[in-house]
Design a protein around this ligand. Sequence first.
Ligand SMILES: [Zn+2]
Ligand SMILES: [Zn+2]
Length: 273
Amino acid sequence: MGYPDTFQGFCVDGPTTWNTFHKSELKPKPFGDHDVDVEIAACSICSSDLHTVTGGWGDYKGPLCVGHEVVGKAVQVGQHVKHLKVGDRVGVGAQVWACLECHLCKDKNENYCPKLVDTYNAQYPDGSWAHGGLASHIRAHEYFTFKIPSALDTNVAAPLLCAGITTFDMAAYLSILKPGADFHMVGLPDKALPEMTAGLFAAGAPKLTGSHLGNHQEMDALLKLAAEKGVKPWVELMPISEKNCGEAFQGQKDNKFRYRCTLTDFDKAFSKA
Ligand SMILES: [Zn+2]
Ligand SMILES: [Zn+2]
C-alpha cells in the first residue's frame, strides 16, 4: 500500500526507546469532504513532541508519529474545501479537527472544542488515529490547514504553526507591533516567559494575551504578520531520516538548537510510489 491509502512516517515505539525512530506505514482517517492531504516538505520539532515521545505526558503505544509544525503542498482537497486548492503551500499545526458545531466552535473557540482532535496520538470520533508530521503526508480538516504566505520560507514558516513565536525575542516582536496591538501567544512554551520591562509596554501599549493553540483567525493573522514584518524564526535544518530524527530529538532534549530544528528533505526520505 501507499498514498493515499497509507502514509509513511518516522515513528517511535514507546517511552523507553523515545529517540529510536523507524519508518512505518500509517493508516490515516478516511478522506472526508472537508479534508486536505498535504505532501510534507518540512516539519519542525516542538517541545510537545519531546514531552510526548519521552512519555512525559503519559504512556503511549507505538508506532507513534509526532510532529505538528508542518508545511507542505496540498495534493488532494475534499469536494467541500473552499479556501484551498491542490498545489497550494499549506501548514498544519497542533490541531487537525474539531466538531465546528458546538457553542465553543461557533464562538471561534474551536481550539477548546470538547471533541477536538490533536495532530497526533489522538483519535477521531470514528476511532481512526491522527498521525503527525514526521511523515510523507498528513490529512487534516481544511479549517486547520492554513495557506502559507509566499513571503515565508517553508523551513522557517514551520515553527510558526505551533510555537508561533518563541519566547527568545518576544520583546523584539512586541516592539514592532502597531501601537495598542495584540501579541497573542499561540504556543505553550514549558519555560517562563522572558523578563520584559515596563518601558516596552509603555512604548507601544502592546497587549499580551495567551491561549491554547489559537483559533483559525489568529493563525491566519500570525502568518500574515510574519510575512508582512519579515518575522523569521531562527531554525537549524536537518534532513529527515531515522538517524537524524533520533539526533534531533536528543538535541531538543539537550536544548541544543538555536532555536528550532526543522527537519527537511522529505522528498528524498519518502518514495513517491
Ligand atoms: Zn507544539
Ligand atoms: Zn466543537
